[in-house]
Design a protein around this ligand. Structure first.
Ligand code: FAD
Length: 516
């Protein structure tokens, strides 16, 4: 629907300023949005899908959805709400893929900006001395990959799952098995175009409007909407050798992981996960991984134990297969995994990067994707990972059948400490991701059980002074957020004041509340 330009929003301001008694509900009426002249359109009906997310636990119905067709649509909408002033309750949330867990991309009775439909910036690859891709904030990483590959290039840092938007992951961090080398995705951005909470369109980088640039990276959508990003690229390999090995001793496992992330010549991707009390281990592993040596693997007896899986890849091109094998063998000879548990596979680079999508399709076909996901993602300092593991694996978590438990170390020095992300106080820290699915099943309340387990883990971290920071954090009060940010809270609050003083943006994070 195209709306004709009128001065109704100015009229609202006038009524406000001429002290006619108005209640917030009068000026909040989303029909005022229809007065905006935009290239895209607003929807006011059949919008309940914007009140859903991957977490599947929180539902806040918005008043309107904006399908923007230009940056100016986004700027006009924000400016309109900004001009309504503090007396309006209207808030705005950008929605990427809606893969948040607790309503972070939702806005109760507010406006959702549907970023995935935003075609403001065509994905364009620049194949110069320092190659980069320029893309819309609503572009999916899988599409960025496919476009870059046409030029033999690919982004350097990933998430495990690629059907997420650039704006969504850059608002958090974007971490996967390449982060030990390249840092998270937010360490691999050259420039952003952002629409602030005042409706201003600002270009920013490390050298231009740097405070906004760093604020927005990991900024939980609080300071502006990312409409465009320039992302660093590197030459893309064609294939990867994909390796998994098992450990029964956590100390050996973590020592080997830490050695590998610090070695000069090492793997290209290093992650790890924990397997607690699972049977039929091979059948239950993510289906995209098919070991080439199932005979050896099937001889391994795993039942009932806690095991730690180190997962690595080595990139190669078709003429480098032998060389890659030599390098892999040299690296494996330095590791102390259980010898009968070397599982190898060989897949294309795209198949590897897009591996979780295969699981997604399988889960979808069984109705197991759109279930509650009470995930808990924690950053644990290296010095406390053993204490954490001793209490959590086996005692609080008695099995890992409800979803993967990721556990891998990264280097803090690969993260820029000027971004909004808060990290533990040590050079090496672990990402521990408890990626629980909680389908309702007869007789068991899986969700309730998982939430109680999560709370026990959080209570333990507090009591044992683990120095943990939450990733993709969720808190209900500003006090908790203050605690989360610690010494960084002052800066975070100042940035909010500078770029979104009325607290219009991303209300679903529950950090700042708009006063209406
Ligand atoms: P949304 O959920 O839509 O939005 C997230 C937040 O960002 C909201 O507050 C929203 O308002 C804001 N936002 C969205 N777009 C913009 C924008 N353009 N500008 C400003 N703010 C914006 N994360 C990792 O780091 N590593 C992983 O390996 C990883 N794997 C995952 C696997 C799965 C299956 C899932 C579901 C999630 C995974 N995540 C991972 C988490 C993921 O990075 C976050 O949930 C991310 O926010 C999802 O992106 P989205 O596009 O769905 O964002």
């Amino acid at each position: 629907m195209k709306t004709s330009p009128t001065n109704v929003s100015k009229l609202f301001m006038f009524l406000l300023l001429s002290s006619v008694t108005m209640h917030s509900s009068d000026i909040d009426t989303p029909s005022s949005l229809q007065t905006l002249s935009i290239d895209g359109s607003f929807s006011f009906h059949n919008i309940s899908h914007a009140a859903k997310d991957f977490g599947n636990r929180y539902q806040f119905l918005p008043s309107a959805i904006l399908q923007p067709n230009s940056v100016s649509d986004i700027a006009k909408t924000i400016r309109h709400v900004f001009e309504l002033g503090p007396y309006s309750n209207l808030t705005i949330a950008a929605r990427g893929r809606g893969h948040s867990l607790q309503g972070q991309a939702q806005a109760l009775e507010g406006i959702i900006i549907q970023m995935e439909s935003f075609r403001g910036q065509e994905t364009r690859v620049h194949n110069g001395e320092i190659p980069y891709v320029e893309a819309s904030g609503g572009a999916l990483w899988i599409n960025i990959l496919n476009e870059s590959l046409k030029h033999g290039l690919a982004p350097k840092s990933w998430t495990d799952y690629l059907h997420l938007t650039i704006g969504g992951t850059l608002s958090n961090a974007g971490v996967s098995g390449q982060a030990f080398r390249h840092g998270p995705q937010i360490s691999n951005v050259y420039q952003l175009e952002v629409v602030t909470g005042k409706g201003e369109v600002v270009n920013c980088s490390k050298t231009e409007n740097a405070d906004l640039f760093f604020g927005v990276l990991g900024g939980l959508g609080q300071f502006g909407i990312i409409t465009k990003a320039k992302i660093a690229l590197e030459p893309a390999p064609k294939m990867v050798k994909w390796i998994r090995v098992l450990y029964s001793d956590i100390t050996t496992f973590t020592e080997d992981q830490e050695m590998m992330i610090s070695a000069e010549n090492t793997f290209d991707y290093i992650e790890g996960f924990v397997i607690i009390n699972r049977t039929g281990i091979l059948n239950n592993w993510r289906s995209s991984f098919n070991p080439q040596d199932p005979v050896q693997a099937s001889q391994f007896k795993s039942d009932g134990r806690i095991l730690f899986c180190l997962e690595m890849t080595k990139n190669f091109n078709s003429d480098e297969s032998e060389l890659a094998d030599q390098e892999i063998n040299a690296l494996l000879s330095r590791l102390r995994f259980i010898p009968s548990t070397l599982f190898k596979s060989k897949v294309s680079y795209v198949e590897f990067l897009d591996r979780v999508h295969i699981s997604e399709m399988q889960l979808r076909s069984k109705g197991l994707w759109e279930v509650p996901h009470p995930w808990l993602n924690l950053l644990i300092p290296r010095s406390k990972i053993q204490d954490f593991a001793k209490e959590v694996f086996g005692k609080i978590l008695t099995d890992s059948s409800t979803g993967p438990i990721l556990m891998y170390p990264v280097h803090k020095s690969k993260w820029d400490n000027r971004t909004s992300v808060v990290l533990p106080d040590e050079e090496v820290f672990y990402l521990v991701g408890l990626l629980t699915s909680a389908p309702s099943s007869s007789g068991h309340d899986n969700l309730d059980r998982a939430l109680k387990q999560n709370q026990r883990i959080l209570d333990f971290c507090k009591k044992a002074r683990i120095g943990m920071k939450q990733y993709l954090a969720h808190y209900n009060t500003q006090e908790e957020w203050k605690h989360h940010f610690g010494a960084r809270w002052e800066e975070f609050q100042q940035r909010k004041q500078a770029y979104d003083p009325l607290a219009i943006l991303a209300p679903g994070q529950r950090i700042f509340q708009k006063t209406g």
